[in-house]
Design a protein around this ligand. Structure first.
Ligand code: G6P
Length: 584
C-alpha cells in the first residue's frame, strides 16, 4: 500500500526510481509519480494506472539532468484516483511523497487555507508539504520536526527542499521506511526489495527518526541528537523477485510451498525451540485477511488437541473493542508483512495491558517482528503476489507445530517430514484444477461449505477465489447455509464442499445433497474415498488433522489462480487490493 523510493547520488535517478517502483508494485497502487531535482529546479511527472504509463510519459518528457529524486506508488485513501492526487506533491519549496494517513488533515488544511495556502489536490499529503514549507526558514531539520509535531496519524515521508542543495530527507511514524547505503549514492525505500538491485545494505528508520541523505553520507537524528544506525545486510536472492519462468508470481509462489514447508519443518524438527503454549489459559489470535484465516485453523487445532481456549479476531475490531484478558492470556499476532497497521495496533494494545505477545511473521525486520515479546519467523522468502499463498501455508504450519509442541506429539513431528512430498504430488495434479476453473470462470457466485476445521479452509479458499477472479464467493458453515443463503442456490452455481473431518463427514455430506437437490454444481475436496462424487471429487492424501489443510488449501489456491487466468485478469495485482496494508 503506497510505495516510496528515493535516491541521491552520481547517477540520474530515473532508472533507479522506476526500477524501485516496479519492485513496490506488489504492495498495491493505482497511480504513480516521480520528482527530479537539480539545483533549485524540481520536475514532477505523474500518471494514473500502471508504472508502464509513467514510463511512457517519461519517454515523451525532457527530463531534468538531475541527481536526486523521489518516486511513489499511490493506493488512494484521501481523494480519488487522479493525476492531481498522485504523488509527489509540491507546496512552496517543499516536494514530498507520503505513505500513511494524516488523520487531522481536514483541520490542518482549513488553518493553512486561512493563512493563504492554495491546495491542488484532495489528498491529506499536500497538507504535510504545506506545513513543512510553513516552518521552513533555512533549517530543514527544524521544519520537519515542527511539522510532524502537528501531524496526527501515520506517515513515511521522502522530502526535497528546493533550495537545500542535494539533500534528501526521510522520516516515519507507523509506516515503514528504510535507508539504503550504495556505492555512488544513497537510497530511501518502503522496503529493501525496492533497491536490492543497487544495494543490500540498509538500516531501518525507527519511529520519529529523521534521516538526511547526500550522495556520500547518511546522517540520522533522534530527538535532535545524531545517532548511529545498525546496518543490516539483506539476504534476498535474484530468484526471490523473479518469476523464474512462471507466468505469474502467484503460481510460482504456490509451487514453492513444498520447498518452504520442508525448510520450516527442518528448522523445527526439534520442537523444543518453540514456546510452550500450555502455560497459557487462553489464547487470542489476532490478524487480518488470510493471516486471520490461518489463525482459525490454528485455533481449531489448539482447542481440539490441547484444550486451550482460543479466540480469533480480526485486528481492525480487536484494536478498538473492550478485551477481557485472563491473567494468563497470550496474544498471537500473525502477519506476513509484519507491517499491517491494524495488527500492529492490536499488538500495542496487548502490550500496554501487559499481556504476552507472540508474533508469527515473515519479514524479520518488520515492526511486528521487532516489537512483539517473542517472534517466530516462517521463512517464506519474498512473497510478491498480492494474494498470499505460501506465507499462509507456512502460518498454518507454524501453528500446527506450536500445537504439536504443546502436546509433545513426536509422531506428528515425524509425519511432518512427509508433507512436502505429498503436497508436491497434489500440485502435480494442477491440470485437474485448471479444468475446474475452465468450468466455473463465467459464474457470478460461488460458495464454499464445510464444518469445523473444514470451514476454516473454506474461508481461505473463498477469499482466494474472490480476490483474484472477482467472482462473488462466500464460505459457510455447511449446516448454516439453509438459514438464508441457500436461497441463492440455483442451477449451475458452484458449491465447493470440503470434507476431511471424519467425525462430521456425513453431516456435511447431507448439506451437499441439499444444495445438489437445488441443482448446484458440486465440487468436493476430501481425503476419503468413501465420500460420494457428485460430478467432481478430488481426493487429497489423508494425513492427520495437524497437516490436512496444508494439502487441501493449495488445491483451492490453484482453482482461484486458474479461474483468474481464464478471465485474463491482473492476477498478481488484483484491483483495489494491497499486499501490505499500512493504513487503517
Ligand atoms: C492484505 C493481503 C492479504 C493478507 C492481509 C494481511 O489484505 O492482500 O494477502 O492476508 O493483507 O497481511 P499481513 O501482511 O498482515 O499478513
Amino acid at each position: 500500500m503506497c510505495g516510496i523510493v528515493g535516491y541521491v547520488g552520481e547517477q540520474h535517478p530515473k532508472e533507479i526510481l522506476i526500477s524501485g517502483l516496479k519492485k513496490l508494485e506488489y504492495r498495491g497502487y493505482d497511480s504513480s509519480g516521480i520528482a527530479l531535482k537539480k539545483d533549485d529546479k524540481v520536475q514532477i511527472i505523474k500518471t494514473v494506472g500502471r508504472i508502464s504509463n509513467l514510463e511512457e510519459k517519461l519517454k515523451k518528457t525532457d527530463l531534468l539532468d538531475a541527481n536526486i529524486g523521489i518516486g511513489h506508488t499511490r493506493w488512494a485513501t484521501h481523494g480519488g484516483v487522479t493525476e492531481e492526487n498522485a504523488h509527489p506533491h509540491k507546496i512552496g519549496r517543499v516536494t514530498l511523497v507520503h505513505n500513511g494517513i494524516i488523520e487531522n488533515a481536514a483541520n490542518l488544511k482549513t488553518e493553512l487555507e486561512e493563512e493563504g495556502v492554495i491546495f491542488n489536490s484532495n489528498t491529506d499529503t499536500e497538507v504535510a508539504a504545506a506545513l513543512i514549507d510553513k516552518y521552513y526558514d533555512d533549517n530543514a531539520l527544524f521544519a520537519i520536526k515542527k511539522a510532524i509535531s502537528k501531524i496526527k496519524g501515520s506517515y513515511a515521508f521522502g522530502i526535497l527542499f528546493d533550495d537545500d542543495d542535494d539533500k534528501l530527507y526521510a522520516v516515519r511514524k507507523d509506516s515503514p521506511l528504510i535507508i539504503g547505503y550504495g556505492k555512488d549514492g544513497n537510497f530511501i525505500a518502503s522496503d529493501i526489495a525496492a533497491i536490492v538491485n543497487y544495494t543490500k545494505d540498509y538500516s531501518l528508520l525507527d519511529e520519529g527518526e529523521i534521516a538526511i541523505l547526500t550522495k556520500n553520507n547518511i546522517e540520522v537524528f533522534s530527538n535532535g541528537e545524531m545517532i548511529h544506525k545498525k546496518v543490516i545486510h539483506a539476504n534476498i536472492t535474484a530468484e526471490d523477485s523473479d518469476k523464474c519462468g512462471y507466468e505469474h508470481f502467484m503460481l510460482k509462489e504456490i509451487m514453492e510451498e513444498p520447498k518452504v514447508l520442508d525448510n520450516l519443518f527442518k528448522k523445527y524438527e526439534n520442537f523444543s525451540n518453540l514456546p510452550d503454549l500450555l502455560k497459557y489459559k487462553e489464547i487470542h489470535i489476532v490478524a487480518c485477511g488470510s493471516a486471520m484465516y490461518a489463525g482459525i485453523i490454528g485455533a481449531n487445532l489448539l482447542e481440539e488437541k490441547c484444550n486451550i481456549k482460543c479466540y480469533v479476531e480480526c485486528a481492525s475490531e480487536y484494536r478498538y473493542k473492550k478485551v477481557i484478558y485472563d491473567r494468563k492470556t497470550l496474544v498471537i499476532l500473525i502477519s506476513q508483512s509484519g507491517e499491517t497497521a491494524d495488527t500492529i495496533a492490536a499488538m500495542r494494545k496487548a502490550k500496554e495491558d501487559n499481556i504476552d505477545t507472540l508474533a508469527i511473521v515473515n519479514v524479520e525486520t518488520s515492526t511486528i517482528a521487532r516489537e512483539a515479546d517473542n517472534a517466530l519467523f516462517i521463512g517464506a522468502g519474498v512473497e510478491v503476489a498480492v494474494a498470499t499463498t505460501k506465507a499462509y501455508i507456512l502460518q498454518v504450519a507454524m501453528l500446527a507445530l506450536l500445537t504439536i509442541r504443546a502436546n509433545q506429539n513426536k509422531e506428528a513431528l515425524m509425519e511432518a517430514k512427509k508433507i512436502p512430498a505429498l503436497l508436491n504430488k497434489v500440485l502435480g495434479d494442477r491440470e485437474i484444477f485448471e479444468n475446474v476453473a475452465k468450468e466455473i470462470y463465467q459464474v457470478h457466485d460461488a460458495f464454499f461449505i464445510g464444518r469445523g476445521i473444514d470451514y476454516a479452509m473454506c474461508m481461505e479458499g473463498s477469499l482466494k477465489l474472490k480476490e483474484v477472479s472477482y467472482i462473488h464467493s462466500e464460505a459457510f458453515q455447511a449446516g448454516e447455509l439453509k438459514h438464508g443463503t441457500i436461497s441463492l442456490i440455483e442451477k449451475g452455481v458452484p458449491v465447493f464442499a470440503i470434507i476431511t473431518d471424519k467425525k462430521i463427514m456425513d453431516k456435511t455430506e447431507s448439506n451437499v445433497v441439499e444444495v445438489k437437490s437445488r441443482d448446484a454444481s458440486i465440487y468436493t475436496i476430501t481425503n476419503n474415498n468413501e465420500v460420494p462424487n457428485h460430478g467432481f471429487r478430488y481426493v487429497v492424501p489423508k494425513v492427520s488433522s495437524y497437516f490436512q489443510s496444508l494439502l487441501v488449501v493449495p488445491v483451492l489456491q490453484l482453482i482461484g489462480y486458474y479461474t483468474a487466468c481464464y478471465k485474463n485478469l491482473d492476477i498478481d495485482k488484483p484491483r483495489n487490493l494491497a499486499k501490505s496494508v499500512t493504513v487503517e
